[in-house]
Design a protein around this ligand. Structure first.
Ligand code: SAM
Length: 208
């Protein structure tokens, strides 16, 4: 499965300019607000899962964060981000991996995911993600996941997505995560369409 997914995303990132993909955002404002709300400090370790060519890494570096990682299944996506960042790319840890098969060898204070988890539509893939999340998040760590909302689009990049609100997301992540807040967000695509997102912030709780 990994190969076909990677090929899909590599094609997208090779054929389209950064600001031609529907999920492009110049400033990842909601993500930055929620990372701040989680109490992250400049030395907090932050991983952007399915980060692709997002400008979140740029914004975090500019804000002084010094332990930023970006994971994505698509090498082309990460190459695009690195090219944009230039020498600043050396300050980011880049990880090419399918998150559903990845074996985190450390924990992170903040786990951020905008529009990657929602591509996992099979319960077994969602469970595999939650297993990696549970292993990769620090005790009391913050989890920020943005997905299409229940009234958002049913597809993205030609692929079906699973839509959530805060409650259904928290239920899918299970009892190891406590829902702290949910925000609705209207994303305006480069083609000027509006997509309804939900962003939820959760906290890793000690073993229930
Ligand atoms: C809609 S894009 C969002 C990218 C980025 N988070 C942003 O906000 O710009 C989805 C991203 O998830 C990545 N992705 C999809 N499935 C993945 C998987 N199983 N493991 C890791 N990354 C994945 C894709 O390569 C793509 O970069």
């Amino acid at each position: 499965m990994t190969d076909s997914i990677r090929n899909h995303w590599d094609k997208v990132y090779t054929r389209k300019a950064e600001n031609e993909v529907s999920w492009f955002e110049d400033v990842p404002a909601v993500s930055l607000e929620l990372i701040a709300a989680a109490g992250a400090t400049r030395h907090s370790s932050i991983i952007d899962v399915g980060g692709g060519a997002s400008r979140l890494a740029d914004a975090l570096l500019a804000a002084g964060f010094d332990a930023v990682s970006v994971l994505d299944i698509s090498p082309a996506a990460l190459e695009s981000a690195k090219a944009r960042l230039g020498p600043r790319a050396d300050r980011v840890t880049w990880l090419v991996a399918d998150v559903t098969r990845w074996d985190p060898d450390r924990t992170y204070d903040v786990w951020h995911d905008r529009a990657a988890f929602h591509f996992l539509v099979k319960p077994e893939d969602q469970a595999a993600y939650v297993e990696r999340l549970t292993k990769g998040i620090a005790p009391d760590g913050a989890v920020i996941i943005g997905t299409f909302a229940l009234d958002g689009p049913q597809m993205c990049s030609g692929l079906p997505v699973q839509r959530y609100d805060g409650a259904t997301l928290a239920k899918t992540l299970g009892r190891s995560f406590e829902l702290i807040e949910t925000r609705r967000h209207q994303h305006r695509t480069p083609a000027n369409a509006v997509q309804n997102f939900q962003f939820s912030r959760l906290r890793r709780v000690r073993a229930p």
